[in-house]
Design a binder for this molecule. Structure first.
Ligand SMILES: Cc1cc2nc3c(=O)[nH]c(=O)nc-3n(C[C@H](O)[C@H](O)[C@H](O)COP(=O)(O)OP(=O)(O)OC[C@H]3O[C@@H](n4cnc5c(N)ncnc54)[C@H](O)[C@@H]3O)c2cc1C
Length: 460
């Protein structure tokens, strides 16, 4: 079979792949983008977009139940999962079709439906859903195949129905009793969301705290908030086996108090994600992956094979949509704009969309202290913040770590109302290398959350 020759091939239409394909085409390179499922990848179809749409529904249910706190009489709150799901599907459809239109209407890009695998370093075979196979070749190939959920080695897991981040958002009824395996951001966003929809929820976390990499005070406050919302949080506990129990499941766990059995109508497995290289046939191209299967890249995202690059979750490092998009920027700068960009030392912000949000950027306190710097920690509870009290949402706290020798801000954690937005203001100060005193003494409009930065840094 003779291969169709392109200037560039992008494998996977994720957060980096879509803008990269159109940028390459606009730079005069004939480009093929291969996608086996939906344009937009995980973020738009099964990740950020649908979850945040459903988090919004859950928050309305939460506030409706609290209506009387604000002097409003709202009556009984009932959640219709089919309507929540329809709203989610509508938003996803509109985002997805926007991306599809972008690809299809950009001259010089061919959208090829199917699953790509390498034949050699510059040739791929694409298998379509109907079994047909085509070959494409190009001197430049970009891997943007993203990540996938990794199921834990758990006795009996194959014998029970389980939910993952895709199927849990397709339920048409509120689960009676949802067991969530994994206390990372995916497990906690779904755990709190379904509690608010009306499920009884238990989150089982293997380690001694939720969010294994965050400071212990942040993780403890998150756990306290979830427990206050009625979520059972089980820490330091391993799942050892699972078996069917009528239409539901029985999950045996082992924790500090010994073994116990949790029964649930549904089991959500959210124990972590890894790279999706299953169909790529990396060895055929001689592309190196690390022990966990991540495609190895240098600071400019090139693999060990010249002309082959990897972007997004398929490479090691932070797995977020905005990081994948920034990977695209790095490639655009280096290959299209003749500039020089690298992924080294970039600032990595993220927000966990539990409610209140956890916004994080830069070093944790633990990391800052371990770095050997002399550090000071600014910390205030959200009930010091006028705006949070006025809207009666004052759970959480904010903290920032400052280098005592330079007054530079090293990082922050904002667990509070619009925590992601407040974190981003601090991130902007970090990008501009402002000393913390600029935020301590800056004039911000009253009564915004922004003015809490005066109070936060005034606490030092
Ligand atoms: C439940 C959930 C919630 C999330 N929430 C957030 C959030 O709030 N904020 C945030 O920043 N991140 C969030 N993420 C993470 C975010 O979705 C990912 O970091 C992001 O989508 C990674 O994008 P990517 O470009 O690496 O690839 P992806 O978006 O994963 O896209 C990869 C694409 O490649 C395709 N593909 C794979 N293999 C092949 C092949 N061999 N041939 C052809 N096509 C192939 C796949 O079908 C997919 O469409 C969330 C993830 C999940 C699961």
């Amino acid at each position: 079979m003779s291969a169709t020759a392109y200037d560039a091939i992008v494998i996977g239409a994720g957060q980096a792949g879509v803008p990269l394909s159109t940028a390459l085409a606009k730079s005069g390179r004939r480009t093929a983008i291969v996608e086996r499922a939906y344009v937009g990848g995980t973020c738009i179809n099964y990740g950020c977009t649908p979850t945040k749409t459903m988090v919004a529904s859950a928050r309305v249910a939460y506030l409706a139940r609290r209506a009387a706190d604000y002097g409003v009489l709202a009556g009984e709150v009932r959640v219709e999962m089919a309507a929540v799901r329809k709203r989610k599907r509508d938003v996803v459809d509109s985002f997805r079709s926007g991306r599809e239109r972008l690809v299809e209407t950009t001259a010089g890009v061919d959208l090829v439906h199917g699953e790509a695998g390498f034949l050699d370093a510059h040739r791929v075979a694409v298998k379509a859903g109907d079994g047909a196979s085509t070959e494409l070749s190009a001197p430049l190939i970009f891997i943007n195949t993203g990540g996938r959920g990794i199921a834990p080695p758990l006795r009996g897991l194959e014998s029970v129905p389980t939910l993952d981040n895709v199927s849990v958002m397709e339920l048409d009824a509120v689960p009676e009793r949802l067991l969530v395996l994994g206390g990372g951001y995916v497990g906690l966003e779904f755990g709190q969301m379904f509690r608010r929809f009306g499920s009884e929820v238990t989150v089982v976390q293997r380690g001694p705290q939720l969010f294994g990499r965050e400071d212990a005070d942040v993780a403890d406050e998150v756990a306290r908030i979830l427990v206050e919302d009625g979520v059972e949080v089980v820490l330091d506990t391993d799942a050892v086996g699972v078996e069917p129990d009528g239409a539901g499941v029985c999950l045996t766990v082992r924790g500090p108090g010994g073994e116990r059995v949790l029964s649930g109508s549904h089991l959500l497995v959210a124990t972590g994600r890894g790279p999706d290289t299953r169909a790529l046939n990396l060895p055929a191209a001689g592309i190196a992956a690390d022990a966990r299967g991540y495609v190895q890249v240098d600071d400019r995202l090139e693999t060990n094979v010249p002309g082959v690059y990897a972007l997004g979750d398929v490479k090691p490092g932070p797995a977020f949509s905005h990081i994948s998009y920034d990977d695209f920027r790095v490639i655009r700068t280096n290959l299209i704009e003749d500039g020089s960009a690298s992924i080294k030392d970039r600032i990595v912000p993220y927000t966990v969309f539990i409610d209140p949000q956890l916004g994080r950027v830069g070093m944790t306190e633990t990391e800052a202290r371990a770095s050997g710097r002399r550090v000071r920690v600014a910390k205030i509870p959200m009930n010091y913040v006028a705006r949070a009290l006025e809207v009666d949402e004052s759970r959480g706290f904010m903290k920032a770590v400052v280098d005592d020798d330079t007054d530079q801000i090293l990082g922050c954690a904002v667990l509070g109302l619009e925590g992601g937005e407040v974190m981003s203001m601090i991130e902007i100060a970090m990008m501009g290398r402002l000393p913390y005193t600029a935020l301590r003494d800056g004039v911000f409009a009253h009564p915004l959350l922004a003015e809490s930065l005066n109070t936060l840094f005034g606490s030092l």
